[in-house]
Ligand binder design. Structure first.
Ligand code: KMH
Ligand code: ZN
Length: 271
């Protein structure tokens, strides 16, 4: 089986320090968290940033500063900025990190309920984002919260807007979207194109079981505070690295080797 790519989604847009005081938010904290997660076994850092008050922002300068600090600290993992940002942001705000020309960025593949909010990703927005990513040679991570999102991604492929390796991120368990279950994970992976690779992310208490099933099924795993702030019931995680470390232990037990950053690049065909 292919080596396992672990993505650390280190802060997200919604979680707060009140939820978990160990959440990294400032650029320096994010850079340190990325380095620790990479040392623990992560080869992709899925990145959101916050303003000085801790609110989600897509400000290009904040991304630039954070990525610079990560590189200065020696982070070699693929840095994958979010173009999703937070529900309610305009597309102009969301797309900003693309202009930093990262190796990879997320491309959200459809509108979805997101708790009490609606996270809007219509096809014109998706086409726009895909064109910009193509222009700057960025590999999109096709983020799907519902089965229909996979079909929308394939529609973009048909329209000639996705010209690189297809890599999906299947997010299960967002309130209002597809529930996190093994049956749903099997269904989502069955409708992916054969030559695509995929990561799965389970939200909240589903992070661990979804990860475990994914390791066995040959997919790749996303963990981190964006999706889950607990290590186990009633015990907050002490760091993103702690969540990554557990996946490494499980993968070792299950005979799945861990991909280093350059091995992840090879799997994703970005080198
Ligand atoms: N914060 C969510 C509304 C992405 O990173 O591309 C969207 C999100 C997706 O996190
Ligand atoms: Zn995200």
């Amino acid at each position: 089986m292919e080596k396992l790519i672990i993505t650390a989604a280190i802060c997200g847009a919604e979680v707060t320090k009140e939820d978990n005081p160990n959440l990294p938010l400032a650029p320096e904290e994010l850079a340190e968290a990325a380095l620790e997660a990479e040392k623990a076994g992560a080869s992709i850092i899925h990145l959101h940033v916050r303003d000085q008050a801790g609110r989600p922002t897509q400000d290009k300068d904040v991304f630039a500063e954070t990525i610079k600090l990560m590189k200065e600290k020696g982070v070699k993992a693929i840095i994958q900025p979010s173009t999703g940002g937070a529900a309610g942001m305009s597309w102009e705000e969301r797309i900003q990190p693309v202009y930093l020309e990262p190796e990879m960025a997320t491309l959200d593949c459809g509108t979805t309920n997101f708790g009490d909010n609606i996270f809007v990703n219509d096809l014109p927005l998706m086409r726009n984002f895909a064109r910009e990513m193509d222009k700057y040679d960025i590999l999109p991570e096709l983020e799907c919260f519902e089965p229909g999102h996979i079909y929308s991604a394939l529609q973009l492929k048909k329209e000639g807007l996705l010209n690189k390796h297809l890599h999906f991120d299947l997010v299960l368990g967002v309130p209002g979207a597809i529930k996190a279950s093994l049956k749903n994970l099997l269904y989502l992976t069955e409708i992916l194109p054969e030559d695509a690779s995929w990561t799965a992310a389970g939200v909240g208490r589903h992070q661990l079981p979804i990860a475990l099933n994914t390791i066995v099924m040959g997919g790749h795993v996303r963990v981190g505070f964006e999706d889950n702030i607990y290590y186990k019931k009633n015990q907050l995680a002490s760091s993103n690295a702690q969540l990554v470390e557990r996946i490494v232990v499980l993968a070792n037990e299950l005979g799945r080797e861990i991909a280093k950053p350059d091995e992840a690049r090879e799997i994703l065909e970005i080198i």
